[in-house]
Design a protein around this ligand. Sequence first.
Ligand code: IPM
Ligand code: MG
Length: 355
Amino acid sequence: MKIALIPGDGIGIEVIRETVKVLDVVTRQSGCSFEYREVLMGGRAIDETGVPLPQETIDVCKASDAVLLGAVGGPQWDTLPGHLRPEAGLLSLRKALEVFANLRPAVLFPQLKSASTLKEEVLGDGIDLMVIRELTGGLYFGEKKRVDTADGQKAWDTMVYSTHEIERIIKVAFQIARKRSGKVTLVDKANVLESSRLWREVATRLALENKDIAMDYMYVDNAAMQLVRNPRQFDVIVTENMFGDILSDEASMLTGSLGMLPSASIGAGKLGIYEPIHGSAPDIAGQDKANPLATVMSAAMMLRYSFDMENEAVMIENAVRKVLDQGYRTLDIMQPGMKAVGTQKMGELVCKALE
Ligand code: IPM
Ligand code: MG
């Protein structure tokens, strides 16, 4: 399997380093082999090549079986014009690889229950939901423009969706739901937005054709409220790009630990982009403080979705659980009575738990 590695900026570099060590243990145990090609994207790409996503990176990613990404961005690139910012590199890569479905599981590890900002009674015996965010359409990619007017300026972004784009993401949601409870909630704003009304029509039709799926519908404002009021009513949430961006951050906080959450971005084929949902955290970069577990679990998702290595994916996830059970914590999830460890040590502990 060929893996394109994009450590990126800030803590991305450290968490990718530890994740590769974990994958090395997996290769030793399963007899498979991974070939890595490291490429540039984001801030470092801007510094070294002048653009956030060099053509070489696109080519290498397209020729790989999966892309494993750390994080991009940092304050030194924040003043660049929009199309030259590190984030623009990430958006262009998603588009170039046509990874239209972004899977963002929000799982509360029982060991970390007290890290959540929600009351214990709201969390019940755990949170395990999956936000499926459309990733290559909508407001992020519609026509955008700014023009001068007599009294200042005018700017717009447009939310555009086609039947095809909606169908394919709803189908992904159904596939994922079948391996879970079979329940899918479409989140939209169909009381106001025409594009949302199209989403709802398409989803309703597909739900009729797939009787094993229990589909329900919720307006995005209500969904934002329900996520903190009663998160356990949700299993799979499917929604458009911008709503998914916002709701997945909200859902992640239910688990109390941004540093624990992986993500997968997949398309029609096997090629996917796997990345932690946390950012580059420039404030703690290079200090051995970052939590590598979100990236480690992103690698598990890579094995599951791009390489069909379900057993090995579960092995990694179990190893992470074991290390948490043993009481080891990085700074972001540290609690009284637990053992504080740095990035490298956490990586080593996962490797040991795997062996
Ligand atoms: C995310 C991030 C990105 C997004 C940014 C960095 C462009 O917030 O992956 O959720 O908005 O998609
Ligand atoms: Mg986001």
